[in-house]
Every structure is written in structure tokens, then in C-alpha cells.
Ligand binder design. Structure first.
Ligand SMILES: NC(=O)c1ccc[n+]([C@@H]2O[C@H](COP(=O)([O-])OP(=O)(O)OC[C@H]3O[C@@H](n4cnc5c(N)ncnc54)[C@H](OP(=O)(O)O)[C@@H]3O)[C@@H](O)[C@H]2O)c1
Length: 249
């Protein structure tokens, strides 16, 4: 319980799913945690569950002024950052002939622009030797029908982990990615995909996964804690797949 004692972690999208689970495990390991998301109600609930070592900041990663607010609050409360989990993201599906500009802009604004500027704006607060972790996805390695824009943003994050590991090398900041398979979170229900279709998708992925099931948010969170801490001190520019083997075999 002391792997990250007194470290300061920022988790975008820390009010739901994988981000919330990561925030919980980071707190359990002794970190102080700042969570960030748009929905004030779920942020409040999440912060209450996380307890006195966590604070919540409301805002949109696609809005650079909101990112300024996130890091101004973090500076005021904690002074610096040791761990940055760049996790906020959305998924929407559209076959290529139905991709329109609004679909493209919504996904890239949050998943790519939001992620890149989250890192850029955190830089003054990141301590030398800090750890940055992007949340990518197995879809940057496989073709998933109707997911061209989403998958391209995740491939871009995989690339950013490599590039930023070199940009930030002089400061010994490590930059890695965690690549989840299908994980049980609200992300699919937010797309409006009918429950039966979500179940069918889960069944199909499970059948193609050596471990024969979908994953749980806690299983991604423990990989995030590993990439955040000293146990991964020589891991840099890498992507850790946590997908039950789905995209590995
Ligand atoms: N679940 C999976 O199967 C899976 C697989 C691979 C990768 N991932 C990735 O995991 C990450 C987390 O997803 P999840 O599955 O945990 O889904 P989730 O429960 O829907 O969580 C998404 C989080 O991102 C936040 N978010 C979305 N847009 C935002 C914005 N514009 N500004 C600030 N926060 C925003 C949401 O909060 P608000 O709505 O309050 O803003 C929420 O906290 C995503 O990047 C996703 O692509 C998920």
C-alpha cells in the first residue's frame, strides 16, 4: 500500500470506468489524486468514494481553458505531478461511408487533441522522473469494423507515447501506454448501442480471446499502477496490452 506514497496523480476521465478504477488503486497505493471529467454529478460521487486524498475538477479535455483550470487547481492543491494518466476518451461507430465531419471532430477533439494538450499543459507541473500513461486500445493493432476514426486516434496515441518518450527524455519522464481489450465499463452504452448488441459484441470478443471473457476495469488499473511506479522504472515508450490475449495471438 505504499508503492506511490505521497505521489500526486492526475487522471483524466477519473469519474467513470477505467479511470475511476485507476484512481481508486492509485489512492490505495498512497497517492493523492486529481480526477477530471465533464459530468459534475459523477465527479462528485467519484470524489466522495475516493475519500480525502482525492479532489475533482470539472471540465472538457477538448477545451484548452478547462485544461488550464485542471492544472492550476492541481498546482494550488498539490504543487506538482508525479503520475499523469491520459485516459479520457469516447467511442462512436460509423462505417467509412457514413463518417461525417462532426463524427470525426468529436472523436479527434477528445481522444487526440485533448490527450496531446493534457500532456503539454501538465509539463510545467510534471516532476523530472514522472510517469505519463496513455490509454490506447487493441484497436490500434486490429481492424474493428465501423471504428476508423476511433481506432486512428488510438493509433495516434500509441505513436505519441513513442515520440514524447524522446521529447521528455532529458527530464527522465517515462511515457508509456496501456492497451485494453474490451473492458466492462459504461463506454458502449454511452454510444446508444442497444443492450442486446452490446451483449453480442461482448460474446464475440470473448470467443476470440484466449481467456474467454471481457476484462474488468481493475485489471487495467493494476497495469496503470505498475507503469506509474518504480516497478516499471526501465519501461519507456512501450505499450502494455491488457486484453486477455485478444490481439496477441
Ligand atoms: N472499455 C473498453 O472496452 C476500452 C477498451 C480500450 C480502450 N478504452 C479507453 O479507456 C478510456 C476510458 O474509457 P472507459 O471504458 O473507462 O469508459 P467510460 O466509463 O465511458 O469513461 C470515459 C471517461 O472519459 C471521460 N471523458 C470523456 N470525454 C471527456 C471530455 N471531453 N473531457 C473530459 N473527460 C471526458 C468521461 O467523463 P465525462 O463523461 O464526465 O466527461 C469518463 O470519465 C477511453 O479512452 C477508452 O477509449 C476503453
Amino acid at each position: 500500500m505504499s508503492e506511490l506514497k505521497e505521489k500526486v496523480a492526475v487522471v483524466t476521465g477519473g469519474n467513470s470506468g477505467i479511470g475511476f478504477s485507476a484512481a481508486e488503486q492509485l489512492v490505495r497505493e498512497g497517492a493523492k489524486v486529481v480526477i477530471f471529467g465533464r459530468n459534475a454529478e459523477s465527479l462528485d460521487k467519484a470524489a466522495t468514494k475516493l475519500g480525502s486524498k482525492a479532489i475533482a475538477v470539472q471540465g472538457d479535455v477538448a477545451n484548452l481553458a478547462d485544461l488550464d483550470k485542471l492544472f492550476a487547481t492541481t498546482r494550488e492543491r498539490f504543487g506538482h505531478i508525479d503520475v499523469l494518466f491520459v485516459n479520457a476518451g469516447i467511442v462512436e461507430f460509423a462505417p467509412i461511408d457514413q463518417v461525417d465531419e462532426a463524427h470525426f471532430d468529436r472523436i479527434t477533439d477528445i481522444n487526440l487533441k485533448g490527450a496531446l494538450f493534457t500532456v503539454q499543459k501538465a509539463l510545467p507541473l510534471l516532476r523530472d522522473g514522472a510517469s505519463i500513461i496513455f490509454n490506447t486500445s487493441v484497436v490500434n493493432q486490429i481492424g474493428l469494423p465501423a471504428a476508423s476514426v476511433y481506432s486512428a486516434t488510438k493509433a495516434a496515441l500509441r505513436s505519441l507515447a513513442r515520440t514524447l518518450a524522446t521529447d521528455l527524455a532529458p527530464r527522465k519522464i517515462r511515457v508509456n501506454a496501456v492497451s485494453p481489450g474490451l473492458i466492462r465499463t459504461p463506454i458502449l452504452s454511452r454510444t446508444g448501442l442497444p443492450e442486446a448488441d452490446q451483449q453480442a459484441f461482448g460474446k464475440q470478443v470473448s470467443e476470440q480471446t484466449p481467456l474467454a471473457r471481457v476484462g474488468e476495469p481493475e485489471e487495467i488499473a493494476s497495469a496503470v499502477v505498475f507503469l506509474a511506479g518504480q516497478g516499471s522504472s526501465y519501461v519507456n515508450g512501450a505499450e502494455l496490452a491488457v486484453d486477455g490475449g485478444f490481439a496477441q495471438v
